[in-house]
Design a protein around this ligand. Structure first.
Ligand code: DUC
Ligand code: ZN
Ligand code: ZN
Length: 469
């Protein structure tokens, strides 16, 4: 068999196995796995790990974020940063504005992504306006077209759905075999707590954490799971930050519900104390749910180790710090309420989990691959992605497991002006990244061009597919 490219002599890891083999690629696909493979182009991977490219199934790129606020990444910078972080596919969200059709929203996002991406990509939908037309006609047609997952919010005025709307949206998912992702925080409770803080004159960034305590997330998680139980749909609880919300997921599973749990680097690496920085620096760490404390970090690690979490995503949602269109926008300087929610992290997600998880012995390599690639592909219907096996897309990251790096924003490739993980020491970094058989980053150098990442329509989730053979 004539191969285009062979990755020779590395240690291949999948979610099931770790073994020595050469990987042969032809026409963008993994065509052979064996020993002694030959091709015109050979990459020597001796001493390196050959892993499925990361799939980050929770990122925000070019998402409208309120008056005068601009996200720090467009599709060019966001996917370039993802690529350097060892990712080969990202799933950003397509936000439906109130009154807008989902088709129109998708057209906008496709236009923004077209010709700009370094990685493959696909879109989740955010349903903010679940009218009868949207739920009855648009969504079913879009699910059939490969947009097989959508997110609903229980928080944010203008975005949150009430319980009746969540039930109706979940019912559409039930009828179409789509997967619902839920942002679980109780908006009314947050409003109440914000009112109390304001009455006390507290406006600093740290109040973002105190107005979104664990109970706010735990209650909403319980309610989302109950609504999913009632409508009989599988769901994803995204960006889980604490042990109490994890316990809700575990008990729903024990009752027989199909639930996927997701956590993110910020819940392992940051705490609410980071929001209490000098001179508004805490704004750099404002995200929702907020980071908690060391005990909750440990709880999240236990969830990663024991399987409460299937997904480890970045929730990359970047805003520049020192920028009137970012964290320090004129209103954001006056109160935590106006600091845009979200932090960058698409490039550091995999190195952080590798370093803190694999290198420190908390998880093994196969679990790392499952949490960062394979489970994302199965959960979101990316049939040819997330593993190294014959017939799969040749999406591969070659890692130096011994590389020592210190995270410095100056070395990253996103459009923000800081990293929340500045100064963190890392062991292990992806050096060469291959997307669809094309070497995009070679030993740390960008050699691929924007536009080489493709849009990927998706099948139904493995979790939702049982109703749709
Ligand atoms: N939810 C997200 O998923 N990302 C950023 C902000 C938010 O609330
Ligand atoms: Zn969210
Ligand atoms: Zn998010």
């Amino acid at each position: 068999m004539t191969l285009d490219l062979v990755i020779r002599g590395g240690t291949v890891a999948t979610a099931a196995d770790v073994y020595r083999a050469d990987v042969g690629i032809r026409d963008g696909t993994i065509a052979q796995i064996g020993l002694g493979l030959e091709a015109a182009e050979v990459i020597d991977a001796t001493g390196r790990l050959v892993l499925p490219g990361g799939i980050d199934s929770h990122v925000h790129i070019s998402q409208p974020s309120g008056d005068g606020i601009v996200m720090a990444d467009d599709f060019e910078s966001g996917t370039r940063s993802a690529l350097f972080g060892g990712n080969t596919t990202v799933l950003p969200f397509c936000l439906q504005a109130k009154g807008q059709s989902l088709r129109a929203a998708l057209q906008d996002y496709h236009a923004l992504a077209e010709g700009q991406c370094y990685t493959d990509h696909s879109f989740h939908l955010i349903v903010s306006d679940p009218t009868q037309a949207v739920l009855g006609q648009e969504l079913p047609a879009l699910v059939a077209d490969g947009y097989t997952s959508f997110k609903v919010f229980m928080t944010y005025e203008g975005l949150r759905l009430n319980d009746a709307e969540i039930l109706a949206t979940m019912d559409t998912a039930r009828r179409t075999g789509a997967l619902v992702m839920v942002h679980c925080e109780n908006e009314d409770a947050i409003r109440y707590l914000i009112g109390r803080q304001e009455a006390e004159g507290e406006v600093r960034p740290k109040a973002h954490a105190t107005t979104r305590p664990v109970a706010v997330e735990r209650e909403a998680t319980h309610r989302a799971l109950s609504l999913a139980e009632i409508t009989e749909v599988p769901i994803v609880i995204v960006h889980v930050s604490n042990g109490a919300a994890m316990a809700e997921i575990a008990s729903a599973r024990a009752r027989g519900q199909k639930v996927v749990g997701e956590t993110c680097p910020q819940y392992l690496m940051l705490t609410a104390k980071d929001l209490d920085g000098m001179d508004w620096e805490g704004a750099k760490f404002v995200c929702s749910p907020p980071p908690r404390d060391e005990a909750e970090q440990e709880a999240c690690w236990r969830g990663i180790e024991t399987g409460v979490f299937d997904l480890f995503s970045s929730d990359h949602c970047p805003f520049r710090y020192d920028d009137p269109a970012g964290k320090l926008n004129p209103r954001g300087r006056t109160s935590f309420r106006h600091i845009p929610n979200g932090i960058p992290g698409v490039e550091t997600r995999l190195p952080i989990l590798f370093s803190e998880g694999v290198a420190k012995g908390r998880i093994d390599l196969s679990r790392f691959v499952a949490l960062t690639a394979t489970n994302h592909a199965r959960t979101y219907g990316l049939e040819r992605k997330g593993s190294i096996a014959i017939g799969m897309d040749a999406d591969i990251a070659i890692w130096n497991p011994e590389a020592k790096r210190t995270i410095r924003h100056a070395d990253l490739h996103d459009g923000a002006d800081y990293s929340p993980y500045e100064g963190t020491e890392i062991t292990g970094w992806p050096e060469t990244v291959i997307v669809g058989g094309k070497v995009m980053v070679r030993e740390g150098e960008l050699i691929g061009a924007k536009g080489e990442g493709r849009y990927v329509p998706r099948s139904r989730s493995a979790l939702a597919a049982s109703a749709y053979p």
